[in-house]
Design a protein around this ligand. Structure first.
Ligand code: AMP
Length: 178
């Protein structure tokens, strides 16, 4: 496994907090400065896959939309496939669906019914764990597909929102905690 070329503290320092976006009261965690820095982007991917070797994960699943960026990088590093969990109405084939509440909206997400094989070992990735509703819905989708979720990993965890409590029985990890 590659040693990350930057510490989690360096990644944290690059994350920008935007107050009152997209609506009043929300402190939005902007990860675009991390993506724009090749060293920090690569290190973030390596932190996300810490503890996993190529061959130990069958599929990395990323959550719409920023989760795709990190999950795709993780899949490339692990030499496995990438599967998107998308907002309802975006996937063209048959889907499983789950509805959930966000920190600042509500939504329905979907996954192709044949995207993840029953029994496959999955790493589930998103950029931010806030209330946990999105990740819990994604985990429920993967359970419908019969996947074995190895770990649910986030770049950022808003620990004060206790999102982990929505993921009982899952291994949950994050790189930067607020
Ligand atoms: P939740 O379902 O509440 O855990 O919300 C997680 C999802 O909403 C993730 O896909 C994030 O991209 C997004 N999100 C929620 N809160 C924030 C925030 N404060 N900053 C950036 N993204 C957020």
């Amino acid at each position: 496994m590659t040693q990350p070329v930057a510490t989690s503290a360096e990644i944290a320092a690059a994350i920008r907090t935007i107050s009152d976006f997209p609506k009043p009261g929300i402190s939005f965690k902007d990860i675009t400065p991390v993506l724009a820095d090749g060293r920090l982007f690569a290190a973030t991917i390596d932190h996300l896959i810490a503890g996993f070797e190529p061959g130990s994960v069958d599929t990395v699943v990323g959550i719409d939309a920023r989760g795709f960026i990190f999950a795709a990088g993780a899949a490339l590093r692990l030499g496995c496939g990438f599967v998107p969990v998308r907002k309802k109405g975006k996937l063209p084939y048959e889907t499983f669906e789950e509805s959930y509440d966000l920190e600042y909206a509500s939504n329905t997400i979907a996954i192709h019914t044949d995207a993840v094989k029953p029994g496959s070992r999955v790493l589930l990735i998103d950029d931010v764990l806030a209330t946990g509703g999105t990740a819990a819905a994604a985990a429920a989708l993967l359970q419908k597909a019969g996947a074995k979720i190895l770990e649910v990993v986030f770049v950022i965890e808003l620990g004060f929102l206790n999102g982990r409590e929505r993921l009982p029985g899952q291994n949950v990890r994050s790189i930067v905690n607020y």
